[in-house]
Design a protein around this ligand. Structure first.
Ligand SMILES: Nc1ncnc2c1ncn2[C@@H]1O[C@H](COP(=O)(O)OP(=O)(O)O)[C@@H](O)[C@H]1O
Ligand SMILES: [Mg+2]
Length: 440
């Protein structure tokens, strides 16, 4: 029996490897087509998407992150990839038992009162089982699929190749630092002891906030590939899209705090505002924050730079904006490039600049953002291109991801007021000392 199950899983693993190889073939074909000058972008995008489409692996996540950075990927790919959902093949019970034995030892079942045979949720590198501990506490056990690290490394190789080819063809953005950031975060994400630490950091950050709940992790039942924590019960975000305004705004406010309080007070951000990564109580008052696999710690100078840019934009001061980008880590900027970057920055910062209750974006839908992106892309290209600093990746991702959630919620808040409140006493040294404290 074990053998049968094993073979089943083996098929999936093989499929992943096969997809990886195909991407290489595709890239080669793309390069040839470009050399021959026959480059049908739509069709290429279709092909690449098909190759990547059913992939459970980490590259899906990367593609989704990249699709929030203007021109990091060809826009045809970015559009398509951002719509995909990774479908994970699940590990059957026999396989799960084997994996659990490997993580917690032969008598692992004695450590639980109950353990669900089927996965309750699929995760990107794992599947989640619900369980009860000996004291009847409800638990979530995130059990990693085998060989994820080598799968990640294989995917990263392919990604690097795609980015390289794309850059040679037409990119206006140098993605070297972006790639480095994605690589580091992805490799970190496979280490559940790291995620365990991140949970403790977030528990600490929100210990006095009754509206944002972080699950308590369970040390005895966790390893680098099994993360066990308190099960948090809640409803999915989309269940609230048609709730009344008070509830929708409450949720938005909690989300805003969950993402930006850690960033502006401690220089730490949760990198993935995907709606699968939180649930909400029926009355909308409580946000259960989940998934701490992608947490980023920033140098407080960078946080200072983000605030500096906000101030520069609100005073329409281009010199200050240029200095702000420099403190973010952008290099070799000229006035034209700063202007181009400001178009994108004004889009992201827009809601923070106006002291009034408003939607996150007045322009409904993705069309406006697309148009803006097009303009930014053209200008960047015209004026020599940029190399975004790696810190940009998750900050941009958080802003875009949350923005899209706020649009779906049709939340109307005075974002400016909330933001001003957060940065009121900002001081880099204070952030540094709070950060040191919370990280030890
Ligand atoms: N503590 C928890 N309580 C309840 N459900 C959870 C908990 N942790 C994770 N889940 C469920 O499992 C899913 C996958 O877990 P997550 O940590 O987001 O994995 P991944 O890092 O792969 O995205 C989540 O979307 C959520 O539905
Ligand atoms: Mg998740």
């Amino acid at each position: 029996m074990i053998k049968k199950n094993n073979t089943n899983y083996g098929k999936e693993t093989k499929r992943i490897i096969k997809v990886g190889t195909n991407v290489g073939g595709f890239v080669a074909k793309l390069a040839t087509k470009n050399l021959l000058g026959i480059n049908d972008k739509e069709k290429n995008a279709e092909e690449l998407t098909q190759l990547l489409g059913n992939l459970k692996g980490p590259i899906m996540k990367v593609a989704q992150i990249l699709s929030t950075i203007p021109d990091a990927l060809p826009k045809e790919y970015a559009n398509k990839l951002s719509m995909l959902q990774a479908e994970a093949p699940s590990m059957g019970w026999l396989f799960v038992k084997r994996r659990m034995r490997a993580e917690l030892g032969d008598s692992w079942q004695d450590k639980f009162k109950k353990f669900s045979k089927n996965a309750i949720k699929a995760a990107s590198l794992a599947q989640v089982h619900q369980a009860l501990d000996k004291k009847n506490n409800s638990l979530a056990c995130k059990l990693q699929y085998p060989d994820m690290l080598s799968s990640i490394n294989a995917d990263l190789k392919q990604l690097k190749l795609i980015l390289k080819i794309y850059k040679q063809i037409e990119s206006t953005i140098n993605t070297e630092d972006i790639y480095q950031e994605l690589k580091d975060r992805l490799i970190e994400e496979a280490d559940y002891l790291n995620e365990f630490k991140n949970i403790l950091i977030y528990k600490n950050i929100f210990k006095k906030n009754k509206n944002i709940i972080v699950p308590s992790p369970n040390k005895n039942l966790s390893t680098d590939k099994l993360l066990t924590m308190e099960w948090l019960e809640g409803k999915a975000l989309n269940k609230f899209y048609s709730s009344n305004k008070v509830i929708r705004n409450r949720i938005a406010e909690n989300l805003f705090n969950a993402w930006y309080y850690p960033f502006y007070k401690f220089g730490i951000i949760h990198g993935d505002p995907h709606p699968g990564n939180y649930t909400i109580s029926n009355d909308g008052k409580i946000l259960n924050l989940l998934d701490f696999g992608c947490v980023r710690v920033f140098n407080p100078t960078f946080v200072g730079g983000v605030i500096r840019l906000y101030k520069a934009l609100s005073n329409d001061n281009k010199e200050e904006a240029a200095k702000a980008y420099q403190s973010w880590g952008f290099k070799n900027l000229n006035t034209d490039l700063v202007n181009a970057l400001n178009v994108w920055a004004l889009y992201l910062y827009g809601p923070l600049l106006e002291d009034k209750i408003r939607k996150i974006q007045d322009h409904e839908g993705a069309a406006y953002a697309k148009e803006l992106l097009g303009k930014v892309r053209n200008d960047l290209k015209k004026f020599g291109g940029v190399k975004p600093p790696r810190e940009f990746v998750l900050v941009d991702r958080a802003a875009i991801g949350l923005g899209s959630v706020f649009m779906h919620l049709k939340s109307e808040l005075n974002w400016h007021e909330k933001f001003e409140e957060l940065i009121k006493n900002f001081n880099e040294k204070k952030v540094l000392s709070l950060q040191k404290k919370i990280l030890t």
